[in-house]
Write a protein that binds this ligand. Structure first.
Ligand SMILES: NC(=O)c1ccc[n+]([C@@H]2O[C@H](COP(=O)([O-])OP(=O)(O)OC[C@H]3O[C@@H](n4cnc5c(N)ncnc54)[C@H](OP(=O)(O)O)[C@@H]3O)[C@@H](O)[C@H]2O)c1
Length: 324
């Protein structure tokens, strides 16, 4: 069927383009998005200075619960790190201040896991993710993926989610997609591999390994899809269990989009375009975390359509083909 799409995978403008739908597994989500925030913050080591366990043990976590401030030692995290144990109930989210990242943090908290929200600026993270009764499960971690020592930021997280992308506010920076969508993402993949996390979820984009329209147009914006494809390859070759989520255009759809458009999943290189909301992608990521056995080594192209049937996420994850 043909319709139209809006797609922005990087710092370029939103573009309208035709959509062809080949095949796919229909899915839909019904979760709501609550307000959250407050939470704790933890400072990461700087570049070239990966914190040793002793330093981590001395590191203080400042916890805020409502109006009460609580300070505690991070020794429990340290012991788990030393034992090489990773906890799938702890999820590190890179890009937690972003549109997809902030919604992903909310959905993960709703599902009951603990979140280490990776942010470049903790106060900005706290402002984006406002007060919540789940604040005891949320910890802000200062983590610039270009400059900080990433492995120590991961703590005992068993799952890492990467939602970063070059900023549209820095569209004049020709190096943006190379630095962020590829190198910074690759830095996170390497750190996750070294830390032996159990699963890595990467938010990429439709069109990364498709030639022609619309990839060729999007790539005019500093080759953003080329760099995203290289990040996908780095993840696939890392040896980690992975899920690559490739959303359609997310600029126009609001959080209410899912009330009229049901989510569809399809295998790699199915779609040339389509739209989906940031919230629907966040719900998909949370479903992957809750069903890691169904998410391993899968590339999930995700759009939403009015004609798609409403189906449980878990069923559609189960139907999505694994690449191993
Ligand atoms: N928007 C679309 O239509 C669309 C379509 C398909 C795919 N995508 C992709 O989906 C992903 C999420 O998109 P979005 O709309 O949520 O993006 P967004 O709102 O622009 O968020 C990007 C996030 O990346 C973070 N970031 C950038 N550089 C960083 C670094 N060096 N270290 C750590 N964090 C860094 C930003 O942090 P700061 O707050 O500190 O800047 C921000 O939290 C991106 O990869 C995007 O390319 C988007």
């Amino acid at each position: 069927m043909a319709t139209s799409m809006l797609l922005r995978a990087g710092p370029g403008p939103v573009m309208q383009m035709p959509v062809s739908r080949a095949q796919g597994n229909e899915m839909h989500t019904t979760l709501q998005s609550p307000s959250i925030g407050g939470a704790r913050s933890i400072a990461a080591g700087r570049s070239g200075h990966a914190m040793c366990s002793r330093e981590r043990a001395l590191l203080k976590i400042r916890a805020q619960s409502g109006t009460q401030d609580v300070t505690k030692e991070a020794s429990s995290d340290t012991s788990k790190l030393e034992a090489g144990k990773k906890n799938n109930n702890v999820v590190f989210v890179a890009g937690a201040t972003g549109k997809v990242g902030s919604r992903t943090v909310r959905e993960l908290l709703k599902s009951g896991v603990q979140v280490r929200a990776g942010v470049r600026d903790v106060s900005r993270g706290q402002a984006v993710l406002k007060a919540t009764d789940k604040s005891e499960s949320l910890e802000f971690v200062k983590c610039d993926l270009e400059n900080d020592a990433i492995e120590s930021c991961l703590g005992d997280a068993g799952v890492v989610v990467c939602t970063i992308g070059a900023s549209e506010k820095e569209i004049s920076d020709v190096t943006g997609p190379y630095r962020i969508d590829y190198k910074a993402t690759e830095n996170l993949i390497k750190a996750a591999t070294s830390a032996k996390v159990n699963h890595f979820i990467l938010v990429s984009s439709l069109g990364t390994t498709k030639f022609g329209w619309p990839a060729s147009i999007l790539n005019l914006f500093w080759g953003v899809l080329i760099w995203k494809a290289k990040a996908e390859k780095a993840l696939e070759e890392s040896g980690l269990s992975y899920t690559i989520v490739r959303p359609g255009g997310m600029e126009r759809p609001t959080d209410a989009y899912k009330e009229t458009h049901n989510l569809i999943l399809a295998p790699k290189d199915t779609y040339s375009g389509g739209q989906v909301s940031s919230l629907q992608i966040a719900e998909l990521i949370a479903a992957c975390v809750s069903n890691l056995d169904l998410a391993g080594n899968k590339v999930l192209e995700a759009i939403a359509e009015t004609t798609a049937p409403l189906r449980p996420l878990k069923d559609l994850l189960a139907e999505a083909p694994s690449r191993k």
